[in-house]
Design a protein around this ligand. Structure first.
Ligand code: SF4
Length: 111
């Protein structure tokens, strides 16, 4: 309630969006990104079944990451033998739900 009166007295009160990333934010856990050229079907299946939040699914020749479901737990990173690493992206807001779905083409099974 205090904020309401403060806002009415001073006009719109909000915080400024940072012009640059705060140093502490670089240590935040972030969703993974994958090296598609090294990603195999077997590894995609392993990561999909290991993801506790169901954010990873294999869809034929793609690994599909639903960023909205990812809790950035890093389990896939730990299990991927270097194929996945933290993306460093923590500004994940999107206007459309489908913009949070990332398809990673599986390219590691090529001979
Ligand atoms: S970081 Fe965790 S929740 Fe996100 S995709 Fe990997 S295993 Fe799933």
């Amino acid at each position: 309630m205090w904020w309401l009166f403060r806002g009415l007295r001073r006009g719109v009160v909000t915080t400024r969006y940072p012009k640059e990333v705060d140093e502490w934010a670089r240590a935040l856990p972030t969703p993974p990104q994958f090296d598609a050229e090294r990603l195999t079907h077997r590894m995609a299946d392993k990561l999909s079944t290991s993801c506790p939040s169901g954010a990873l699914q294999r869809d034929q020749s793609d690994l599909v990451l639903d960023v909205a479901k990812c809790s950035a737990c890093a389990r896939c990173i730990d299990l991927s033998a270097g194929i996945a690493r933290p993306s460093g992206l923590w500004e994940l807001a999107a206007l459309r739900r489908e913009d949070l779905i990332k398809r990673i083409p599986i390219g590691g099974d090529k001979v």
